[in-house]
Design a protein around this ligand. Structure first.
Ligand code: IDP
Ligand code: MG
Length: 150
């Protein structure tokens, strides 16, 4: 089982797409094990996007993510990191495959609705940035036998 961090960014929340994002992930069989809404501080945004510091889009990116509340969650499942990235689609919605969240709901790279961790190391680090250990709510799901072969 893997865990990954998903953020419905300010544009997703403002446009009423929070439920749609969660629905698509749950519908695939993934399990939400932590969820909260918050206004992102500059400090939190800078920690989350530290890897992009110095890039031309860094300042607009920090402004974007701090501009209005986000909904952030931890999603669990087999190969969850890859599966969620595929469900979200390419970073630039113009290049995203139809059927992905970014293709179906966005047009521009700077308003691409969702964040999702891109690798096991970043997923672990990002979950620790956004959630305290006691905020995670792992639970058994009897349905899993109909989602996973074993
Ligand atoms: P990702 O969100 O698909 O992992 P990253 O390359 O990690 O993509 O970039 C983080 C975020 O920064 C993107 O989701 C997007 O919002 C923004 N971003 C990335 N590249 C650009 C760009 O060239 N122009 C404007 N915004 C960008
Ligand atoms: Mg990224």
């Amino acid at each position: 089982m893997e865990r990954t961090l998903v953020i419905v960014k300010p544009d997703g929340v403002q446009r009423g797409l929070t439920g749609e994002v969660i629905r698509r992930l749950e519908q695939r069989g993934l399990k939400v094990i932590a969820l909260k809404m918050l206004h992102v501080s500059r400090e939190l945004a800078e920690r989350h996007y530290a890897v992009h510091k110095g890039k031309p889009f860094y300042e607009p990116l920090i402004e974007y993510i701090t501009s209005s509340p986000v909904v952030v969650m931890v999603v669990e499942g087999k190969a969850a990191i890859r599966v969620v990235r595929k469900t979200v689609g390419a970073t630039n919605p113009a290049d995203a495959e139809p059927g992905t969240i970014r293709a179906d709901y966005a047009l521009e790279i700077g308003r691409n609705i969702v964040h999702a961790s891109d690798a096991p190391e970043t997923a672990e680090a990002e979950i620790a940035i956004w959630f305290r250990a006691e905020e995670l709510c792992p639970y058994e799901r009897s349905l899993d036998t109909w989602i996973y072969e074993g």
